[in-house]
Design a protein around this ligand. Sequence first.
Ligand SMILES: [Zn+2]
Length: 440
Amino acid sequence: MAASVGAAFGWGTPHTEITRFGLRFVDGADWLSNRIGGLRPMEDLAWGADYRGDLNPGWYVDDYLLMPGVPDHLSHLMPEVRRTWVPYFRRTVQALREESPANAARWLGSFLHFVEDSGSPPHAFPTGGLAHTRMENYVLSLDIRLPAYRPEPRSGDSATDPESLERSVVERLNRLVEYSAERGRRLKPLAERDDRAACEPLVLESCKETIRAVADVTSAAVDLARQPAPPESGGWIGEVEAPPHPELGDAPVRVVLNGGPHSTIAEPLSRGDFGSASRYRFVFRGLPRGDYRGWVERPGCASASVSVAVRPSRIAQTRTRLLVDGSGGNLIRNPSGILKWIDPSRPDHWRRVGGEWRTDPIPLRRQTAYRVGSLTAAGESPVRLRFAADPAGTDAGSPRYFTSGSVLTAPEQWVSLGVPGERPPLRAWLEPVTPPPLER
Ligand SMILES: [Zn+2]
């Protein structure tokens, strides 16, 4: 998984074991396994949400955390973690129905992370500091197992009705929180005096109850996702070509459809080199009939609009060629702010913080030269950079100022770029200063 540790505390080791055992008991585990390309990768993907802002080979973690309705990261502790349940459950069902196995697995990973955090005693009974860490790490991972479990029946007579299944998920997770909050309340004083022997059985009980909850709520997701696609729906396969990014290679290509919840990340088919393009493919199936318009974006390229007519029982095909933007090395996503899909009031991958517009964390190569700058309605504008060793650090600390057009040497592997002002910049750039390719 990702190389750096995010700011949010999660279970110490247990995400791995809770996921392993929980998914084993899901009703329809075989269907799920086939649908997402195997259950084993879920043990890693269930950690994803603790790596906000990070970039894995092939995907930005935040592309599986932020979406319409959840424009900002939510706390993994009660009471706020409760706000994750329904949106990530819905999004997982959507991905299981509509998207590639890789996309479905990553969304399920985000959902499971929040479910599992909800069952962690210091999350359910919010506790910080050393006691939090102890409460999660007293139990050895080899002790976390559940030999058998049958998921609870879901919502009686209407097991296929989305609203009643969602209600059953919320009700199940409320019970999980209650169970673990009760243990958290008892654990806290014990953890404060480091009484591991007294803590261990309580933590283990919560681990096992979380395994049961994972099996229950994932079974509900499978119930919904397995239902046949609506009759008036069709599919769409899109191919995308883009020149390779000088630093990110076949950087992730993201596709979003206007005015709805549909989005996906394309998968690379072949990686380009000098003179040839990287090729990607994305897929939607079970999309409601209609004429869709949307955007295809990738760092280093200008976002391209895309449109498609989805017709019942047909697979539409499109081909999109992304054109180089600027030098082709811009690491800022959505650098001109054209894409406003997650939240119509602001550009995707940008946030308003303390009088400036700030980008998501951006990965750099240390000791490499970059050119930075921004253009606002008032002309070229200085930028504020916050360097850090990991993505979470790029929101902290005092910024360094650079005039537009400056060349700098990256002291760290991560940075955020801020542009002061009321309105988002017209354009911003942070691109490697690479020597021009040799004449051949
Ligand atoms: Zn967490």
